[in-house]
Design a protein. Structure first.
Length: 101
């Protein structure tokens, strides 16, 4: 297996780890953020409807942030893959030219 293939495998592993990590952190973030809203609701400072509205708004905001993180991760991975492909193509062309000499 070539060095570039090994590097691309590592890139894929890192990309997957970042994606899984972002999803895990998002879930934790959502859960933690609900605690103060729930406490405000229990203390009577927020109505159940207001609390639900605040949770939904927060979930949407957080979801957009982590979605952007995952999209950047995906785009960086795609860019890296394209670079690896270009390098491999260049190596094949170089090898072919060397054989033709």
């Amino acid at each position: 297996m070539s060095l570039l293939s090994n590097i691309e495998i590592i890139k894929d592993m890192v990309q997957e780890a970042v994606d899984k990590g972002a999803r895990t952190v998002e879930e934790i973030h959502l859960h933690i953020a609900e605690i103060p809203i729930s406490q405000l609701e229990k203390s009577g400072l927020l109505t159940p409807e207001d609390a639900e509205e605040k949770k939904e708004l927060h979930h949407q905001s957080v979801g957009q942030i982590y979605s952007a993180i995952r999209k950047v991760n995906s785009e960086v991975g795609n860019l890296a893959s394209e670079i690896f492909e270009a390098l491999e193509d260049g190596k094949r062309v170089s090898d072919s030219l060397d054989r033709d000499k």
